[in-house]
Design a protein around this ligand. Structure first.
Ligand code: PAF
Length: 286
């Protein structure tokens, strides 16, 4: 497995692959890899000749009071998992390699897609995500790039970006991977104490509750959001950041569900902010 640490090394590697006529799938990550990331790698493996995984905790997507410094960095363990998963190359640059002195360019998807949900709560977050992902797509020449549904808004934003800028990469969204308990896998689960981990089950439980009611024929957005919020508020350690339901992937306001819709929650469990979601209407296919 190649370990590449500079943008130039990634570009050269991608060029050498392309010269042989092979296709490239990219899995962008911030490391602290879990089974959710590995499911993206597996899907990537099946869809292209070569798989590149980036491991980069991107400073540009963290706000000043967020967890950039504390974010888990476990590169050696990550590299071992990626090697075992048959990855061809890992891109692991230092922040100065991605954003050298004089760096001055940002990519911003404007409007409704970034103004709501996590965009409203984390100003500048999606500018950082769009900037780093576009740079990764350009450097890697990826034919396909894989992202998890847990960050469904991120997928919607990135799809808008590549459509608007004419980037040829196909953005593929893979299903959320959950523990048997229902807890969505997340690198931030590592911050939870045992009690908080139990409390965190309320996220998936509340979404499941809304899903079950939806399945009985309830299509009103307001009612489904209310059911989710009521379930969340039963957990004393949980503090709701948002409970929202929008059309997906446009993220438009809807009163009733008649096409795919994203029911999304962000909840503080102690100091840890967790997100989870479910798509109602039509399950996405990966
Ligand atoms: O989803 C993530 O882990 C990050 O937002 C990404 C896509 C790797 C960009 O830094």
């Amino acid at each position: 497995m190649n370990i590449l640490t500079t943008p130039k090394a990634l570009q050269d590697y991608a060029k050498s692959v392309k010269r042989t006529g092979e296709t490239i799938a990219l899995v962008p990550t911030m490391g602290a890899l879990h089974a959710g990331h590995l499911s993206l790698v597996e899907a990537a493996r099946k869809s292209a000749d070569r798989v590149i995984v980036s491991v980069f905790v991107n400073p540009m997507q963290f706000g000043p009071n967020e967890d950039f410094a504390a974010y888990p960095r476990t590169f050696e363990a990550d590299a071992a998992k990626l090697e075992a998963a048959g990855v061809d190359a890992v891109f692991h640059p230092a922040p100065e390699a991605m954003y050298p002195a004089g760096y001055a360019t940002c990519v911003e998807v404007t409007g409704a897609l970034t103004a709501k949900l996590c965009g409203a709560k984390r100003p500048g977050h999606f500018r950082g995500v769009a900037t780093v992902v576009l740079k990764l797509l350009l450097l890697s020449g990826a034919d396909k790039a894989f992202f998890g549904q847990k960050d469904a808004q991120q997928v919607a934003v990135l799809r808008r970006m590549i459509a608007d800028l004419g980037v040829a990469t196909e953005i593929i969204m893979a299903p959320i991977v959950r523990e048997a308990s229902g807890l969505a896998l997340s690198s931030r689960n590592a911050y939870l104490s045992p009690d908080e981990r139990t409390a965190a089950l309320v996220l998936s439980k509340s979404l499941q509750e809304a899903h079950d009611v939806y399945e009985t024929g309830e299509k009103r957005a307001k009612v489904l959001k209310e059911i989710t919020a009521v379930e969340l508020s039963k957990e004393p350690l949980a503090k709701i950041d948002y409970v929202e339901l929008y059309s997906f992937p446009d993220l438009e306001e809807i009163e009733r569900i008649h096409a795919p819709a994203l029911l999304a929650v962000a909840v503080y469990i102690g100091k840890t902010r967790l997100i989870d979601n479910i798509i109602l209407g039509e399950e996405p296919c990966c």
